[in-house]
Every structure is written in C-alpha cells, then in structure tokens.
Design a protein around this ligand. Structure first.
Ligand code: NAD
Length: 483
C-alpha cells in the first residue's frame, strides 16, 4: 500500500499548504511506493516559527547542556532500537543493500548523537587577559550561545547519517532546526523527528518540511529568522544557497562534492590496496562524496593493479539488493543512471581504456555496471568531474612529488587515501595533500569525534567532533569593569 508522508511541524504530522505531493519511486522496479508532501514557503514559515518560539522562552531555551545531553542520549537509544527500520528505509529509497546502512550509516548516526550528548555540557567559554579599560582593571570572558534556528538541507545518498551530522551537533549547542530532506529520501528524517518527540524533546525543536530544493530549500535560505544553513549536496546547489544566504550574512556550512584521489605506491600492501580502492569506489554504488574515484597508481605496479581492480569490479554481483548475494543495487534515480552512462561514454571517447563494466543497457531498474578505466590522464573529464557512480579511473604516476601534484590538481579537495607501508612517505604525502581528510591505508575513516569537510569546491566549514558543535554557537565577549 502506498504510504503518504506528511511534514512534521511543531510536533504534528501535517500536510502541505497547497504544494501537492511528490512521488517516491523504487529504483529496483521503478514503481511508486510512497508519496510525500511537496512543501511550500508557507510550510517553511510555519516550521521556522515553531523552531523560533522554542528559542524565545520555550521549554527548550530553559534546558541546560546536561539536560540536552540526556535527551540526545535517549534519542540515540531510540535510533538504536529502530536501527533496522531506519537502515531499511534509507536503503530501500535509493536501492542500496540494507547491510551497508545497518553496518555503517545508522551506527554512525548513533555515535554522532552520543558524541553530541557529551559535547552539550562542554561548550565552554574562555577567560581572556586584557590590558584593562582606560587604566582600570577589567574581567573579560566569553560565553557560547546557540546560533538560532538552523536550516539543515540534506542529500539522498546517506540520509540519516548526514542528517545526524547536523542535527546532533546543533541540538547539543541548543539550536532548533527545520530539516529539508532530499526529494528521494524523506522517510528517515521524518522518523527521526518522531523519535525526538518520543525522547522528550519539546515540540518545535526538530521540524521536517519535505519538498523541492528550489522551493523549500530556497525558502529556508531566504527566511530572515534562519540563522544558519547547514547544507550537504552538490556544488551547484551550494552556489545557489550562497547567493541567497550571502546578502543576509546568514552563516553557512557547505559540505559539497569530491573527486578524491586514492594514491597507491609500489610498496603498498597490494591486496589491501585493491580491496580498499574497490570499497572506495563501489560502496553505495559510488554515490559517496568521498568516493575514491581517481586512483593514482605508481607506474611500476599500474598494470598489475589495474588488472586486479578490474577483476574485483567483475566480481561485484549487481541486482535487486533483496536477493541473497547481491552486493550492488541500482543507482538512486533515472537521472543518476543517465549521468553515469554519459560519463562512461565520455571516458571511452576521450581515450581511456575500459577494463571492466561499461555503459548499461536499458531495462527495468536504474542499474549501472561497476566500471574501471585505466591509462587515463588527469585532464580527462572522468578524472575531473564528480560522476557519483561506481566508476574508477586509474592514472599512472612515477614519483611522490608527481602523485601529490596530480592529487592536488583538482577543483575539489574533500578527502584522499594513501596506500604505502613506508612511514615517512605516508606522513609527507598526507601533509602535502590539499584536502579536509586523509586516510592512510584505510579509505575514508569516519568517526563521530573527527571533523569532516572540504576545501575548494568541496565546501566551507566542518561538521563532526567538538568543532562541529562549536560551529552552531556564537562566542560572545563580556567585559566587566573592576574599579
Ligand atoms: P543536490 O545538491 O541536488 O541536493 C541536496 C539537497 O539540496 C536536496 O535536499 C535538495 O532538495 C536541496 N537543494 C537543491 N537545490 C537547492 C537550492 N537551490 N536551494 C536550497 N536547497 C536546494 O545533491 P544530491 O544530488 O542530493 O547529492 C549529491 C551531491 O551531494 C554530490 O555532489 C555529493 O558529493 C554531495 N555530498 C557531499 C557530502 C559531503 O560531506 N561533502 C556528503 C554527501 C553528498
């Protein structure tokens, strides 16, 4: 039976003002399985008003950090209780194997909530020595105040996990939120909001408005009572958000795309590097911001490595994730399937060698093939643009300096991996890379205590860890004259 999802505003499941409904389609058989409210600017206004009233004398504004931490821990317990349900919601919506969110995304969401529960009571100010005021001694100190109502705008590839990167930290800081989930994946955000109510968060602290980015997302960016936009998604939408939020001097955190290098040196543990590179480009069908899509391999092992990675690609079983043994489902939507095929065609046209996979034939479901190109250059389109699909491009290099230069020759700067057994090389190369995070002999280690974010077109700001919670506060200075 088709489910009809509503917004969650001020603790109530409520329909859209007049925006109608969006269809949610199963990527495996292309059939509608649910609809969601297509929100309007009016829905955003109602949600922001509810969020604002909790900050202005509402029950939430009277809770201290320890009490907020207690609620966050209760919420973590409830997410743990509903782990399978939440994982299955996110997996089904984008055609992903549920094992991945069960093992990675939802545990990470729980860890984010627990870490934030700890930060909630530790957002301390400072006492700062000064030269006094006109010859009189002063005491200057700072306090951390919640930034206000936050608009959290989320993509479809890891919906719950990314929602909690934002929501856990901002709740720890004492903010309130209006979540705008992706058009394709509103379910887990709505369930999380209902769990917030069950945990005891006052109504209005966590609201969800579903709908289109250009309407609901834009209305959040334009709303004068939204103090910060915390966005994860594409650079194109990030730019649109900057244009709207900028003139109001709204705070923004932008977690954008990537074209992340995996650098494999000839002294690397070969099989580990093959496995790591396969994971880095094939997990979640390559629909991962940190996907290790540019695979830079030292020339002396490049042919052998390419053959091994191509074999790993051929071994991936593609199909309906509900069937036993299937490791890779379809990509999330038709446009995504067309995008992946377009890039594969372009790679062939530009002269890269196709070792595994290739363009997928039309059929039911948005399936694509795990694909490996070799003999590529860093100037080819498949090495420069984010494909957001299971397409790895192998580029050979000779020296450490060349590897670092190739890695940095990208408009993106999100993450990188270094595969080597030489300690000094690992540290030196890691330090030379212009990215937000480097994994040495491990692809994209995520942890609730680690900051995450990128440079250049990969975005602005950091989420995660203490830095993530502090980013939802403003530091206020108070100076007292002590005559
Ligand atoms: P997207 O930019 O199309 O959409 C992301 C969200 O922004 C959606 O909720 C969408 O409705 C909304 N949106 C779209 N246009 C908007 C506008 N003008 N104003 C306000 N909101 C708007 O991205 P997507 O296709 O959902 O996700 C894929 C992208 O996300 C990839 O580029 C990927 O690399 C990136 N991503 C980055 C990270 C990271 O941590 N850096 C993590 C996951 C995904």
């Amino acid at each position: 039976m088709t489910q009809h999802l509503k917004h969650f505003i001020d603790g109530v499941h409520t329909d859209a003002s007049d925006g109608g409904r969006m269809r949610l389609v199963d990527p495996v058989d292309e059939k509608e399985y649910a609809t969601a409210a297509r929100g309007t600017a009016e829905d955003v206004r109602r949600a922001v008003a509810a969020a604002r009233s909790q900050l202005q004398g509402g029950a939430w504004s009277r809770l201290d950090g320890a009490q907020r931490g207690l609620l966050l821990n209760r919420l973590a317990d409830l997410v743990q209780r509903d782990l399978e349900l939440l994982a299955d919601m996110d997996a089904h919506a984008i055609g992903r194997s549920p094992m991945e969110p069960r093992m990675m995304d939802v545990p990470n969401a729980i860890a984010n909530l627990r870490a934030a529960a700890g930060w909630a009571n530790q957002l301390e100010g400072r006492t700062i020595p000064t030269s006094g005021y006109m010859g009189t001694q002063t005491l200057s100190y700072t306090i951390r105040e919640p930034i206000g109502v936050v608009g959290a705008i989320v993509p479809w590839n890891s919906p719950l996990m990314i929602t909690t990167w934002k929501v856990a930290a901002l709740l720890a800081a004492g903010c309130t939120v209006v979540i705008k989930p992706s058009e394709e994946t509103p379910q887990s955000a709505l369930h999380l909001a209902a769990l917030c109510q069950e945990a005891g968060f006052p109504d209005g602290v966590v609201n969800v408005v579903t709908g289109d980015g250009g309407v609901v997302g834009r209305a959040l960016c334009e709303h004068p009572d939204v103090a910060k936009i915390s966005f994860t998604g594409s650079p194109e939408a990030g730019r649109a958000i900057q244009r709207t939020a900028g003139p109001q001097f709204k705070r923004v955190a932008l977690e954008l795309g990537g074209k992340s290098p995996q650098i494999v040196f000839d002294d690397a543990a070969f099989d580990d590097a093959v496995r790591g590179c396969a994971l880095g480009i094939f997990v979640n069908q390559g629909q991962v911001c940190a996907a290790g899509s540019r695979i830079l391999v030292q020339r002396s092992i490049a042919e052998r490595f390419a053959a091994a990675l191509a074999e790993a690609a051929r071994q991936v079983k593609v199909g309906d994730p509900a069937e036993p043994g299937v490791q890779m489902g379809p990509v999330a939507k038709k446009a995504q399937q067309e995008r992946v095929n377009r890039y594969i065609r372009q790679g062939i046209e530009e002269g890269a060698r196709l070792l595994a996979g290739g363009v997928s034939e039309p059929g039911e479901g948005f399936f694509v093939k795990p694909t490996i190109f070799a003999g590529a250059t860093n100037q080819m389109t498949i090495a420069r643009e984010e494909i957001f699909g299971p397409v790895g491009t192998i580029i050979a290099f000779d020296t450490d300096e060349e590897a670092v230069a190739l890695a940095n020759d990208s408009e993106y700067g999100l993450a990188a991996t270094v595969w080597t057994t030489r300690l000094v090389r690992a540290h030196k190369v890691a330090q030379g890379l212009q990215v937000g995070a480097v994994g040495v002999n491990c692809w994209s280690p995520l942890d609730a205590n680690l900051p995450w974010g990128g440079l250049k077109t990969s975005g602005i700001g950091r989420e995660g860890g203490l830095a993530g919670a502090l980013a939802f506060t403003e530091e206020k200075v108070i100076t007292v004259l002590l005559p």
